[in-house]
Design a protein around this ligand. Structure first.
Ligand SMILES: [Mg+2]
Length: 299
């Protein structure tokens, strides 16, 4: 069905070139016809993939900034620091200060400081997360008997002994938090199992559900993001490549939300999803209103 529609849609002499599988979306899903005062961007699969900017990302973000709009960047990926993302964006041609970046790690730190101040943590995660938690004043431990809180995260050094400590600690009453709930992290050519796998392993053996997941689409993450943007939700557009995290979070917070088809979500997944993005973009350039150039800026 999709093929026939694609052929029909792209067969006309006046049709613009389109990526395979996306041609059927354009008539049903509009692109923005206005500028927003605030733009929130996911990173992996939205602004870049691996170590390369996605098509038109750099020029589009530069244009939005030139129009006076605020741009901030959100990542669920806790294996890097805000400084890393700022440096990476800047190196790729999108100069960005650390303060315009929010990682699930910071949101988790704030959540733990509010709910379990002074807790001793057993962390299933990588060093950047551990360093952030130590810097916030938490003591990290490796024995169940010392553990007040288990933190589950994206951990490429995950091992059975870690699951055993988490199991013992949670069964003895430790609380259980996580950085993010992503099933996998997209990387060029595939993906890497992400924090959802670690959360699921602990939940499966303990029968205890994770108390809170800090990253997208949680209200903790979107609240922190809106404070960072400094604008009301209705004046913001959230753009990302995942319906269940980026788009869902934006819509639930009262923002407009755009799905971009350059990452984890193919156009074919739209019909089956209950999440309905405000806009669907083949690439970020489509964030710019048609005929953009004389609209008087974002203010
Ligand atoms: Mg993404």
């Amino acid at each position: 069905m999709g093929l026939q529609q694609d052929r029909a849609a792209t067969g006309g002499a006046t049709s613009a070139p389109t990526a395979p599988g996306t041609a059927t979306i354009a008539p049903m899903m509009p692109t923005p016809d206005r500028l927003f005062r605030g733009y929130l961007f996911d990173l992996d699969g939205t602004v870049y993939l691996g170590d390369a900017l996605l098509p038109s990302a750099g020029a589009t973000i530069a244009r939005l900034r030139a129009e006076g709009s605020r741009t901030v960047f959100l990542s669920n990926n806790p294996t890097h620091t805000r400084a890393f993302y700022a440096e990476k964006l800047t190196r790729l041609g999108i100069p960005t200060p650390i303060d315009d970046i929010l990682v699930s790690t910071q949101v988790l730190v704030d959540l733990l400081l509010a709910r379990v101040p002074g807790a001793r943590l057993f962390v299933i995660g990588e060093e950047p997360l551990a360093a952030e938690l130590r810097a916030a004043g938490f003591r990290l431990v490796e024995r169940a008997i010392e553990t007040d809180v288990v933190v589950a995260s994206f951990d490429r050094t995950f091992a059975y002994w870690k699951l055993q400590v988490a199991f013992d600690a949670v069964r003895a009453g430790a609380r259980f938090f996580a950085t993010n709930g992503d099933r996998y992290c997209p990387v060029p050519g595939g993906g890497e199992p992400d924090a959802a796998a670690v959360i699921a392993a602990i939940e499966a053996c303990t029968g205890t559900t994770c108390e809170a997941i800090a990253g997208k689409p949680s209200p903790h993450m979107v609240g922190a993001a809106l404070r960072l943007v400094g604008l009301p939700a209705v004046e913001c557009l959230m753009t990302g490549d995942r319906l269940e995290t980026d788009v869902r979070m934006g819509l639930e917070a009262g923002m407009s939300a755009a799905l971009v088809l350059t990452g984890a979500t193919p156009a074919s997944a739209l019909e089956a999803s209950p999440v309905r993005p405000t806009y669907v973009l083949r690439q970020l350039e489509e964030l710019l209103p048609a005929g953009d150039g004389d609209h008087g800026g974002a203010r």
